[in-house]
Write a protein that binds this ligand. Structure first.
Ligand SMILES: Cc1cc2nc3c(=O)[nH]c(=O)nc-3n(C[C@H](O)[C@H](O)[C@H](O)COP(=O)(O)OP(=O)(O)OC[C@H]3O[C@@H](n4cnc5c(N)ncnc54)[C@H](O)[C@@H]3O)c2cc1C
Length: 432
């Protein structure tokens, strides 16, 4: 089978690697591999502290992926010869003031409800786990299932592993999926995926005539800034990942073995604007993180980076079949690094015709947008989908689940109170 993957971020490369391992002939298309969110991400693998109200459907998939990470990291390191910076360290979630601690209690309730393991600790106990925490912190919770990895190292390793498995890389953008010569196409273009989701004609081989697709990929860029700092000489760094609320603002601190400390992240929506607001973002992230871990003030500030999370209307990813030839693996929003192993497994299974491989909640057609889907001028939205199925009895049901046929899913507005977020300036507002 000839598989084309559009996008060489971490998701696209992991999918390509797994597909090549399964025997497919894989080509990845990307003008600038690793130029997207995968380069910016902090690298938290956080099935516990990334659980949010309204996003419960994500929790089991996050947990599955987190469980797969140790084996995935090991295999990737063997295949590439690179260290991917995987750290099996817990997350401490702490709050500075009474309101912050109330927020943590609220979060802890959700973690317990979603069957995640958390332990409530006193101020003394949290400092025992993390001695660099400020003495003003009077308690928190320990999430032992959370982990972390270095996303830039993962991306570099995936490039090598995929190439060694026989994946070809074409450094060019894809403008039209129909122009790709492949049996199966996987759209994994992060924020660039939205361009592919409109009604368009392209041939579905088994039907021998063009099908007008009606799916869309409602991915939007959610901007985020992170800081990269470096401990100098023998300066101590946090042992755990520290997440906290400081006077209503959330901030996280992720430490690598090599002394890099990542502090994140802001969140706002201004299209693909990279050039504004970084001074304020850096100021906010520094003062909030220093309130939690005063030692941060002593580090070298190496980098302020802005990236774009591929957000979806309900904050859940888009993983699944779009039509007979096209699969979506995109919209991973705040958790695309955490979800690399589980997404790659799910897409490999979809390529192998296992339609149940991805959770239904991630069905990329759940936002059935009411556009009509036509074959030979007939609309599938006019209640004819089932009748049209008969002449194409060999065609999978997925082709026909368009328009009103699609389970609507949750159509909530895009949340802006993401757990890794500190600045909320988008129109929907809800600043914490
Ligand atoms: C500030 C910040 C912090 C984050 N922290 C975390 C974290 O701690 N943990 C976590 O799990 N996730 C985190 N994320 C989210 C994570 O980075 C993303 O979900 C993940 O990187 C998405 O990976 P991807 O491969 O889908 O997209 P990307 O990495 O964005 O890659 C998409 C690729 O597609 C290519 N492309 C686009 N259009 C086309 C086209 N037309 N043709 C060909 N190629 C194209 C681009 O060049 C790019 O290389 C964070 C994100 C941000 C911004």
């Amino acid at each position: 089978m000839r598989v084309a993957v559009v996008g060489a971020g971490s998701i696209g490369l992991a999918v390509a690697w797994r597909a090549a391992q399964a025997g497919a002939d894989v080509v990845v298309h990307d003008p600038e591999p690793g130029s997207g969110a995968s380069r910016v991400a902090a690298g938290m693998i956080a099935p516990v502290t990334e659980a949010h109200y309204g996003e419960e459907a994500l929790v089991p998939f996050m947990a599955e992926s987190a469980d797969a990470w140790p084996g995935f990291a090991h295999e990737l390191e063997q295949a590439s010869g690179l260290d991917v910076g995987f750290r099996d360290v817990p997350t401490l979630l702490v709050g500075l003031e009474d309101g912050d601690r109330a927020e943590i209690d609220r979060q802890a309730e959700l973690y317990r409800r979603t069957a995640r393991q958390v332990e409530t600790l006193t101020g003394r106990a949290v400092r025992k786990v993390e001695p660099l925490l400020s003495h003003r912190i009077r308690g928190g919770i320990l999430a032992s299932e959370d982990r972390a990895v270095d996303p830039r190292a993962v991306h570099a390793a995936l490039l090598i592993a995929a190439e060694r498995a026989g994946v070809a890389l074409r450094r060019e953008p894809v403008a039209d999926l129909g122009a790709i010569d492949a049996d199966q196409v996987v759209v994994a273009a992060g924020c660039g995926s939205a361009r592919f989701g409109s009604a368009s004609d392209y041939p579905v081989r088994t039907l021998n005539h063009p099908v007008r697709t009606s799916w869309m990929l409602p991915v939007r860029p959610v901007r985020g800034a992170v800081l990269r700092l470096r401990a100098v000489g023998d300066q101590p760094t946090p042992r755990t990942t520290v997440r906290g609320y400081v006077k209503g603002h959330s901030v996280y601190i992720v430490t690598r073995e090599n002394g890099e400390v990542v502090v994140g992240a802001t969140s706002d929506e201004r299209g693909f604007d990279q050039s504004t607001g970084t001074a304020g973002a850096a100021y906010d992230l520094l003062r909030w993180s220093i309130e939690l871990v005063p030692e941060i003030a002593e580090y070298h500030l190496a980098e302020v980076t802005v990236g774009f999370r591929p957000g979806t209307p309900d904050n859940l990813p888009l993983i699944g079949r779009l039509d007979e030839r096209t699969i979506a693996a995109t919209g991973h929003y705040r958790n695309g690094i955490a979800l690399i192993p589980a997404t790659a497994i799910a897409v490999a299974a979809l390529l192998g015709d296992d339609e149940s491989a991805a959770p239904e909640a991630f069905d990329p057609r759940r936002f059935g947008n009411g556009e009509s889907a036509e074959t030979d001028g007939r609309s599938l939205n006019e209640g004819t989908a089932k009748r049209l199925a008969e002449p194409f009895s060999g065609a999978p049901e997925s082709i026909l689940r368009t328009g009103s046929d699609i389970p609507s899913g949750r159509r909530s507005r895009g949340r802006s109170d993401a757990g890794d977020d500190t600045r909320h300036t988008d129109a929907e507002g809800a600043a914490p």
